[in-house]
Design a protein around this ligand. Structure first.
Ligand code: IDP
Ligand code: MG
Length: 174
């Protein structure tokens, strides 16, 4: 990039999926992601309801593997009903994280990528690829708003509004 060219600052949603947690890969994955020099601006370990998993993967609902995918994200295939969700922020965040993550199919992923190193294809035919990463800015916005509330994130990424519910005010996505 030319000196002085404007930086393309982006945010991206990263999930360590239940297989990554079950295989004790959290430390390895975070170390690999630190190569990007991006900043973590939100992080939480969370249970994944069926509603959240379906909404997250709704664009794949016509695929034959959709039901297995929903169970996978919920942790039902790994006896680990949780995922770790993070927002990475910085220059070219989306492409940098995708490159480190590797291709969707772990057998086709670069063997040095996270998915190439740790992913597998199950006997059901599902790609268990230990990590999720947003693919473009629109997807990142939809996914970050799905997994996080404004006050969970230490930078202001998208417009918000303040609402009052039962005399309690909170900030929600506008
Ligand atoms: P991505 O995770 O690389 O963005 P998507 O096409 O968004 O790939 O698919 C979401 C997830 O669904 C993948 O990460 C993988 O776990 C699973 N998946 C995608 N395509 C297939 C397939 O053809 N067979 C089995 N599982 C798949
Ligand atoms: Mg995707």
């Amino acid at each position: 990039m030319a000196v002085g060219a404007p930086k393309n600052i982006q945010q991206t949603l990263v999930l360590i999926k239940p297989d990554g947690l079950k295989k004790s890969l959290t430390g390895n994955i975070l170390t690999r992601l630190s190569e990007t020099k991006l900043e973590i601006v939100a992080a939480r370990i969370t249970r994944v309801s069926r509603e959240l998993a379906v909404e997250h993967y709704k664009f794949l609902q016509d695929k034959p593997f959709f039901e297995d995918l929903v169970k996978y994200l919920q942790g039902e295939l790994h006896d680990r009903r949780k995922a770790m969700a993070m927002v990475y922020w910085g220059e070219e965040a989306i492409a940098r994280v995708r490159k480190l993550a590797g291709a969707t199919n772990p057998e086709e992923a670069d063997p040095t990528s996270i998915r190439g190193s740790y992913g597998r294809i199950t006997t059901l035919g599902l790609y268990e690829n230990v990590i999720h990463a947003s693919t473009n800015p629109e997807e990142a916005e939809r996914e970050i708003k799905l997994w996080f509330s404004p006050d969970d994130i230490i930078v202001d990424l998208y417009p918000t509004k303040t609402i009052t519910l039962n005399h309690t005010t909170s900030r929600v996505w506008a």
